[in-house]
Design a binder for this molecule. Structure first.
Ligand code: ATP
Ligand code: MG
Length: 211
């Protein structure tokens, strides 16, 4: 039974952290960002604690905290660190659900040869693909779905983020044979209370139940 869920995206900056905060709050889950690049502004873990209303003990420490805001392999190189991909394992949390947020899009390199998507494949955990709804999303989303399928990753479904775009959302889910998990609308203000309410009306916890 898998109690961990990966949250990945079609690109960087599309709302994975906001989605992960909402999901962790909805499921009463812990949160883990294995690799954080960029420490100057609020980290993803800090944003999830704030937006999800998660107590500190539900946020697991990052395995890598890289100073430079760049792709993990580049940030690591600049910081003089090597990401030991083979040693990157999911923390053992008996009886707990865990939301794991990737970095950037699926095919970001972690070292000279390993992509983030390969780590998700190794972990063999179900994955939610976050996708935006704006122009260009069909291409990015279908390419991402193909990358997941070719590695045998269990795609729970697609979580859309942004204004409603029924045509694009339908095309992605039909052509990609993927479940539409829901859509998180743009929130203003974006805060713990508004996220919790929007998440509860946009997503069904049953879709994320352990198998
Ligand atoms: N539903 C939403 N409503 C309003 N603002 C949002 C929403 N989702 C994301 N944002 C904003 O968009 C920006 C990017 O979101 P977020 O940090 O969640 O992206 P990300 O995919 O996690 O990025 P990264 O690849 O850096 O981890 C943030 O400023 C966030 O506050
Ligand atoms: Mg993020």
């Amino acid at each position: 039974m898998s109690r961990a869920i990966a949250v990945a995206g079609t690109d960087t900056g599309i709302g994975k952290t906001v989605f992960a905060a909402g999901l962790a709050a909805l499921l009463g889950a812990h949160y883990w960002k294995p690799i954080q690049s960029g420490l100057e502004s609020e980290t993803d873990s800090q944003a999830v604690a704030r937006l999800g209303g998660l107590r500190g003990d539900r946020i697991l420490p990052e395995a890598y905290r890289l100073k430079t805001p760049a792709s993990p392999h580049q940030a690591a190189a600049i910081d003089g660190i090597r990401i030991e991909v083979d040693a990157l394992e999911i923390p053992d949390l008996p009886g707990r659900r865990l939301v794991i947020e990737g970095s950037g899009g699926l095919m970001v390199p972690l070292d000279g040869r390993t992509l983030y998507v390969d780590v998700f494949a190794k972990w063999q955990i179900p994955l939610v693909l976050c996708a935006r709804t704006t122009l260009g999303t069909i291409n990015h989303s279908l390419l991402s779905v193909e990358a997941l399928r070719s590695r045998g990753i269990d795609l729970l479904g697609v979580a859309f983020i942004g204004e409603s775009n029924p045509e694009s959302e339908r095309s992605i889910c039909e052509i990609g044979h993927a479940r539409r998990l829901g859509r998180l609308p743009p929130l203003s203000p974006l805060a713990s209370a508004t996220l919790r309410t929007a998440f509860a009306s946009s997503f069904d916890p049953a879709d994320f139940a352990p198998k």
